[in-house]
Every structure is written in C-alpha cells, then in structure tokens.
Design a protein around this ligand. Structure first.
Ligand SMILES: [Zn+2]
Length: 276
C-alpha cells in the first residue's frame, strides 16, 4: 500500500479526492471552516475522505483539502490544488470539513459536548498549522473584510453571504468563533491578539493591528504601504518609527522613536485621524 505524504503533519491519511483542479488561479488567502452535516462519529474524517474519493458510490462534484473529526485528520486535496468546497473562495481557500452539524447550539448538547470539544481542539491545531505555513493571519474575518480581500479565517456561511454562489450556512449561527479563535492562537504559540487600548508592538496580531495598518496607509501613503495582514512585523515597526520621527519634528509627539504603539503614539496617531 502506498502512503502519500500529507501537507500538514497533523493529517494521518491521504485519500485523493476525485474532483478538483490542479493548481490555483489565486494565491492562498483564507482558511475555511465547514461542517459535514454528518454525525459526530470517530470515523467522520475517514468517511468524508472516502466519500469525496468516490469509494462509497459515484464521486460527488465536490472535494475538500482536509477532513477532521474528534480523533483524526485526513487530507484529500493538495494545498497547492483547488478543492470544490467553498464557491467564490475555492481559488484562494484551504477548506476543512468537520464531523457534526451546523444546526448545533453552543450548549452542553451542541458545540460544548465532549465530541465537539475534542473536535474543536483537533481543528484548532490544524488551522494553526495551515495558517502558519501559508502566512494566513490568525484572525476571524468579518464579511466586510472578506469582501475587501483580507486574509484570515472564515466559515462557509460567510463565503455564501459575500459571494452568493452557494446556499450553505455551515458551520452555523451558533458556532463558537471566539472560543475557536482563542484555541487556534494558543495552538500556534503566538501572542494573543491585543485588545483595543493595549500596547501594540513587534509580534502583535489581530484586528486592531489591521486597523492600524489600514489607517497608516490611508493617512500617510507617502511612507506607509503596509500589507494589511493584522500582523505587527518589522515593516509596521519601521512605519511607526517614521511616524514618530515626523510627529516629533512637527511637535505633536514627545516620546521615544521606538516603533512601539503605546499610549503616547496612539494619541499622536489619533491627532492625525488614525484610530484603531
Ligand atoms: Zn461547507
């Protein structure tokens, strides 16, 4: 028996799906959470792989990169290839199907039951790995951000609302996004997103970093052309240093030129109309 290597070290089996495109028309931008609408069983990941590979009957015109249940992860389409999972976001998405139903509520018989708890832990590790390898920020995008082309994590329902090419509403209105995202960030071993008001510096990630980057690009286009990825990297540090130097010369900032966005820098930025 041939064992195919998986892209994610967390996937323990590879069963090639029948229907997919080789390659991609756009660079990878989003990781997409789906529910299979299949019972919470230990064999969910394996069932889904076999289903898309046509081993349980005629292969559907659908496929997915990864399948996940409470105790295993499988792969059915290469990350470099295009799976048919999320109409509108297939060309730039990596999709993951999960055992369970979108109708679940966030309660003790739904997303908080034992199976779901283990499933979400397992999935959080996979999303952390996928996003880290593909440089996808560990942020849950809003529909508006998805529509604007931002990079991050979404549910299938969001692609349905934004691109209107599907009717699917998984993983459902009760999906515990904030708990899941906290688990993804924790699994990635990265600093947690800074809440608004906190000092932002090298290594900070999150929505407020993205808003800061967007504001800098808008107000200071001569020296700020940052990718608005929500990750406070060396280029963001350099732009903040430039801002601090110029604001100091203009008498609107009196603290250090350190590339750190603390209270004084935040106040100076606000005086130029950059808030986040
Ligand atoms: Zn879906």
């Amino acid at each position: 028996m041939t064992t195919l290597t998986t892209d994610s070290p967390l996937a323990t089996s590879y069963v090639q799906a029948t229907n997919y495109y080789e390659g991609r028309n756009r660079p990878i931008r989003v990781a997409v959470f789906h529910t299979m609408e299949y019972p919470e069983r230990p064999t969910g990941a394996e069932w889904c792989l076999n289903y898309f590979a046509g081993k349980l009957g005629k292969a559907p015109m659908a496929s997915v990169h990864y399948t996940c249940d409470a105790d295993s992860i499988g792969q059915g389409v290469r990350e470099k290839d295009t799976a048919f999972t999320t109409p509108g976001a297939n060309a730039d998405g990596i999709s993951v199907e999960h055992a369970g139903y979108a109708a679940q509520r966030d309660d003790a018989t739904g997303w908080q039951d034992d199976y779901s708890t283990r499933l979400l832990d397992n999935s959080a590790r996979l999303f952390a790995d996928i996003c880290t390898r593909n440089r996808i920020p560990l942020v849950h995008l809003s529909d508006a951000q998805l529509a604007a082309g931002a990079r991050g994590i979404i549910g299938h329902d969001q692609a349905t609302r934004v691109y209107r090419k599907s009717t699917h509403t998984d993983p459902g209105t009760h999906f515990p996004w904030s708990r899941f995202m906290a688990a993804v960030v924790k699994a990635a071993g990265r600093p947690a997103p800074a809440p608004s008001g906190q000092v932002l510096s090298l290594g900070s990630v999150g929505e407020n970093v993205r808003h800061l980057q967007q504001g800098l690009n808008r107000v200071f286009p001569t020296y700020s052309r940052l990718s608005t990825d929500g990750s406070y990297g060396p280029r963001t540090v350099a732009v903040i240093r430039e801002f601090q130097t110029r604001a100091k010369a203009a008498g609107r900032y009196t603290s250090g030129v350190d590339g750190i966005t603390g209270p004084a820098t935040r106040k100076a930025l606000a005086s130029y109309g950059v808030t986040f």
